[in-house]
Design a protein around this ligand. Structure first.
Ligand code: FEO
Length: 396
């Protein structure tokens, strides 16, 4: 059995990267990442779908050779231009001098800008256009902003395969198998939440458009650019992307706080205990100075309640909490039950500034409190009231 053959004459030629520390130079990769690339062999022509990040080029050619040997490539389809997928383009076009690079108008501008690829190597296609490889037909669906403006998906109608670009992708390298039938894939689900919220999170309405556009297709395999090929779990995976892109969340509360000397942390811990006492069972608490921003964003997307607190620091929000709120604003976070708490010693700022962030996110604050110096009887009462209001709002 060739574990890389997804279905007859469609092969996985991607690579695992277990070396890079941070994706996009930002997001931790504790379990690595895969850069997925695929070969589609028709009776007359062969197409390569996407390439890999430049640092993995040697592994990529080994992977490619293992599947096609000395056979040629006629088309190199660029579903997505971000360099984690386009880094291998120049090397591939050099190795296969008669291959044409296939993409849309936006792709063409980017390949010229990034890689100086000459016009005579480019084949621009339109939305809905098809290329016949002989018994395998590639049909192109433009899906802009999932996750860049040029992103598109490629569908092989004879096999029901959707090459979906970043959509339905996850962090995490592939452990031996390629499809979800060939390996345990439960552990990718939290990595999918993290991947979606960190990378694609800002573009929910475009993901919705893409889901709508491809909803009538008969899909047997989803071949994303990252993570497993989905086959047995397609309904579940599409459901996760559908919910996340609608900013729908699960029962639970994320508490994000910063604290210099433990007083604001005390408020965070007490809020959590008060919520637990009122029956909230899924509570995630992050000290923003210690947790990774990636995990905080992921939990904030995943759970319906969000409570954020910070001391005043040089008349601003304590910096790691400000970074988190800025990430929420960037991702246009919606549909959250939000509460805030601020603290100060001699001049108040964080309380007001957290409220301003809520306004910029167009979120209502269901409860807030402000503490001067340290926890006292009034603060205990305010915490209890805040927990009441959050639980009430969650019930709605
Ligand atoms: Fe995996 Fe948007 O690149």
């Amino acid at each position: 059995m060739n574990i890389r053959e997804i279905t007859k004459n469609v092969h996985y030629v991607g690579v695992n990267d277990r070396t890079t520390d941070r994706f996009e130079g930002l997001w931790p990769l504790p379990y690595g990442v895969s850069y997925n690339s695929y070969i589609v062999k028709g009776e007359n022509k062969t197409a390569l779908i996407d390439t890999v990040e430049i640092g993995s080029i040697r592994d990529f050619f080994h992977s490619l050779m293992s599947q096609i040997g000395s056979e040629g490539i006629d088309y190199v389809v660029v579903n997505h231009m971000e360099p984690d997928h386009s880094g291998g383009l120049n090397a591939v076009l050099e190795a296969y001098p008669s291959a044409k690079l296939v993409g849309n108008k936006q792709t063409m501008a980017m390949v010229k800008g990034y890689y100086h690829i000459p016009d005579d190597r480019l084949l621009e296609i339109k939305d809905g256009e098809e290329i016949d490889l002989g018994g395998k037909t590639l049909r192109f669906y433009f899906t802009p902003m999932v996750h860049w403006p040029e992103t598109m998906m490629t569908y092989v109608k004879e096999d029901g395969i959707l090459f979906s670009g970043d959509a339905f992708g996850t962090f995490g390298a592939l452990n031996g198998g390629v499809t979800d039938q060939e390996m345990e894939t439960d552990w990718y689900i939290p990595e999918m939440y993290r991947y979606y919220s960190n990378i694609v999170g800002k573009y929910g309405r475009f993901v919705q458009k893409a889901l709508e556009k491809t909803s009538g297709l008969d899909i047997k395999f989803i071949c994303s650019t990252h993570g497993p090929v989905w086959n047995g779990r397609i309904g579940e995976i599409v459901g996760i992307y559908d919910r996340l892109s609608k900013y729908e969340s699960e029962p639970g509360v994320t508490i994000i706080y910063g604290s210099m000397y433990g007083n604001t942390a005390e408020v965070a811990e007490e809020i959590a205990r008060e919520l637990a006492a009122r029956g909230v069972r899924n509570i995630k608490i992050h000290n923003a100075a210690k947790s990774n921003l990636s995990d905080m964003i992921s939990d904030a997307f995943r759970y319906e309640g969000l409570i954020v607190g910070a001391p005043t620091y040089s008349m601003k929000i304590f910096p790691p909490v400000e970074a988190f709120m800025s990430a929420m604003e960037t991702r246009e976070i919606k549909n959250k039950v939000l509460a805030t708490f601020g603290s100060f010693t001699w001049a108040s700022a964080s309380h007001k500034l957290l409220m301003e962030y809520a306004g910029k996110c167009k979120l209502d604050v269901v409860a807030s409190l402000e503490m001067k110096h340290a926890v006292n009887g009034d603060i205990h009462r305010a915490i209890s009231e805040l927990a009441d209001r959050v639980v009430e709002a969650l019930k709605k």
